[in-house]
Ligand binder design. Sequence first.
Ligand code: PLP
Length: 409
Amino acid sequence: MNAKEIRKLFPILDQEVNGHPLVYLDSAATSQKPYTVIEALNNYYREDNSNVHRGVHTLGTRATDKYEGAREKVRRFINAPSTSEIIFTRGTTTSINTIASSFGNDHVKEGDEIVISYMEHHSNLIPWQQLAKKKGAILKYVPMKEDGTITLDDVRNTVTSNTKIVAIMHVSNVLGTINPIKDITKIAHENGAFMVVDGAQSTPHMKIDVQDLDCDFYAFSGHKMCGPTGIGVLYGKKHHLENMEPVEFGGEMIDFVDLYDSTWKELPWKFEAGTPIIAGAIGLGAAIDFLEEIGMENITKHEHHLAAYALNKLSEVEGVTVYGPKDPMQRAGLVTFNVDDVHPHDVATVLDAEGIAVRAGHHCAQPLMKWLKVSATARASFYLYNTEEDIDRFVAGLLKTKEYFSDVF
Ligand code: PLP
């Protein structure tokens, strides 16, 4: 199936915005959903809606089977050894907060180091900043090269035997940089540190194998990979999860409750307090089926092609600064840029008038904006349903933006 055919499987893309056919270039913020995912949600609510793990009635059994079936799909998708290592959360943010406030709280002491990078999303920065403050630990940043990459030598020079946690994003939501997570994990482990990976921008776009990466934790969000909002995943190695305290308490996660003490269910349920995100998990399972049918290798290849095509087209537009690695093979399918003398919000507004959706702002990465010496940028991000024509429309829109603002000033 080519991108044009795939596009037809996403009903939302078949519309006009401001009088123009919609070009959606904001999938890094959230992806669109195919018919199959919408139908899976619809069918669950129409036919199977019931609480899970509790009832003995038929609807309860069906809902539980679908919910736990989705967990198995996630396990297979990231090649985790066991479904007990797959915790359903609200998303990447909740997953990383859970790791920091449980595992981090137990393992980090005063004077220990936590190593992150300048390119981290606030979700993989603030939880560690808070933990470091609470514990009197030292937050260290791996230096970044001019082109927005980090080198293994710099990682080696930053991580020491005092480092307890290394927390790095797999793919940058701003620079598009693909970080060498397997090698970074090796360096972390050689120093006795644990590796946490923010997989929000990688899992939707490339084949993830947590056993091959050997990371201790991996976090991602369903809504960026054709699934619904409100569902995400925390993968953790079993022995870590087993030894971790839950961060939320209440129904669903308990084994026995007495007046002054309680015990917890086994994994993964001890981390899923309260009625879980049943429809969300089922929708994520349908999204995984969809992505697997297209093939993750095909998706990666298509996005590399679009990134190369966009970088090439943008290099022909005067006054456009593109951030991140120049080599399309070193970056994922997004392009963050600025246009001389035009604020990124104005760029996004003019493009919107042409029916083209891009993101403008600090992209939840304020320290990175500071590092880039800008207050904000615009970003076009691609997914399996985008085509070369989308990029042509986007570049034509940028030329129009430049023209419009050259008249204004
Ligand atoms: N990490 C990265 C790299 C992201 O791009 C995002 C979302 O944009 C997040 C974390 C947070 O994801 P969520 O808002 O789904 O928790």
